[in-house]
Design a protein around this ligand. Structure first.
Ligand code: FAD
Length: 392
């Protein structure tokens, strides 16, 4: 396929992963975004709260497909593909990619049926995970207390979000990708931006050029689709970063619906202790009472985090508040042709591949989503070529 000019809107984990794979597929790719990865310590907790990627843990935790939530069946293969990509990246760049492989432990007080099925040796999901990452159900003797009714352990990964994303962005740049910082009003605005030549790699700006550069496709990795999708909502997460490095990523689902977890960030990034999942809560301020509760509950579930005997307090570095870009029915990963009015959003028309609404799973689904983006964009180009041939 001939090289195409593609603009990716968004420099979170979804935008950067997609941009890298599109570049690898041979296209001229430009990332446009308001926010870019930077050292975590410099990301502003209020001005940049809508840039979710810095505030994520981020660990991989398997979510078995559930009939009650049909999108989980579509997401599972994306998480498997992401796992393999992370494994490869980690083995090639163990010191720089910001990825750590370590034990993942899960404790559930009220396990739903799709978790209980994983206890069966013939369950297909459990079997594939057993060979991929040593997944095994833990015996009751290893539960932390009697409230826990089901537990498992497997080898998984955590990323230090800003170390990981700056690593990916640097690779994108080294591989010839272009980066533009700009705030947009809508996805269709890309088609109407300043001379397209300025944005594109494939056709450098030239006043003598008689032919105008064209944007062949836009990827919408804006997290929330500019507030223009009624199915998108925020799920607030409050966590706390401590200096101690936990030796595992531990997740406990409590029967009252609350969560207790640790996500060691590695690369001297401490450990995130979490966390809340508050649908529709836009509050930017951390609640000190929530912080105390999160630390207490985690210490009770996993006292191994107190490495020195007798120590019962963790070293708090800072509170974290983030907004998971959640979408009713799961993420939107599909193509759409906008008309010249930008599908009603103004701006301009053209092909848009949507990849937003990843909720609390952006990292663990990222490479699977990026593969779908490449697939969707190339399918569109192929259709265009076939249409053009048919007209000859
Ligand atoms: C507390 C917490 C814990 C989490 N833990 C995990 C975890 O353990 N594992 C996991 O997989 N996920 C986790 N997540 C979820 C994960 O962080 C998100 O799913 C992921 O970061 C979403 O990435 P994104 O690229 O879609 O969006 P974002 O990171 O929000 O990126 C959006 C991009 O679009 C750009 N953009 C948006 N609007 C505009 C505009 N108007 N003009 C120009 N650019 C624009 C932004 O500048 C940014 O570059 C967690 C999230 C939170 C809050």
């Amino acid at each position: 396929m001939a090289q195409k000019n593609i603009v990716v809107v968004g420099a979170g984990v979804i935008g950067i992963s997609s941009a890298l794979l599109l570049r690898k597929a041979g296209h001229a790719v430009t990332i446009i975004a308001r926010d870019f990865p930077a050292p975590f310590e410099t990301i502003d907790p209020i001005n940049q709260i809508n840039y979710t990627s810095p505030w994520g843990g981020a660990h991989n935790r398997w979510v078995p497909p559930s009939p009650a939530q049909p999108h989980t069946a579509l997401e599972h293969p994306l998480s498997l593909s992401t796992y393999s990509h992370m494994k490869k990246l980690h083995s090639l760049h163990p010191q720089t990619a910001g990825i750590t492989f370590l034990p993942g432990i899960e404790y559930l007080e009220s396990p739903p049926p799709e978790y209980l099925s994983l206890s069966s040796p013939t369950d297909p999901v459990a079997r594939s995970l057993a060979s991929l990452c040593g997944f095994r159900v833990l015996p009751p003797s290893s539960h932390p207390d009697a409230k826990v009714k089901w537990a498992c352990e497997y080898e998984t990964y955590c990323v230090n979000p800003m170390v990981y994303l700056t690593f990916l962005l640097r690779r994108f740049f080294h591989q010839g990708g272009k980066i533009v910082r700009q705030e947009l009003r809508s996805i269709s605005e890309v088609f109407a931006l300043r001379p397209a030549e300025d944005l594109l790699l494939g056709q450098p700006s030239s006043s003598s050029s008689s032919q105008c550069a064209r944007i062949d496709a836009v990827v919408n990795a804006s997290g929330t689709n500019f507030g223009q999708d009624p199915d998108v909502f925020v799920t607030r997460g409050q966590t706390v970063l401590v200096a101690e490095e936990c030796d595992a990523t531990v997740t406990r689902q409590n029967s009252d619906g609350s969560w207790t977890f640790s996500v060691p960030r590695g690369f001297e990034g401490g450990t995130v202790i979490g966390g809340t999942k508050e649908v529709g809560n836009w509050d930017v301020k951390p609640d000190p009472k929530v912080r105390e509760e999160l630390l207490k509950k985690f210490g009770e579930t996993y006292p191994k985090i107190f490495k020195e005997g007798g120590k019962k307090e963790l070293t708090v570095l800072r509170d974290i508040v983030g907004r998971r870009p959640t979408r009713k029915g799961g993420p939107r990963i599909e193509g759409e042709v906008l008309d010249a009015q930008g599908g009603g959003g103004g701006g301009g028309g053209g092909f848009v591949m949507h990849a937003y609404g990843l909720g609390g799973r952006g990292y663990e689904l990222s490479w699977g989503v990026a593969e779908k983006v490449v697939e969707g964009v190339e399918k569109y180009f192929q259709g265009q070529e076939e249409e053009a041939k048919a007209k000859l």
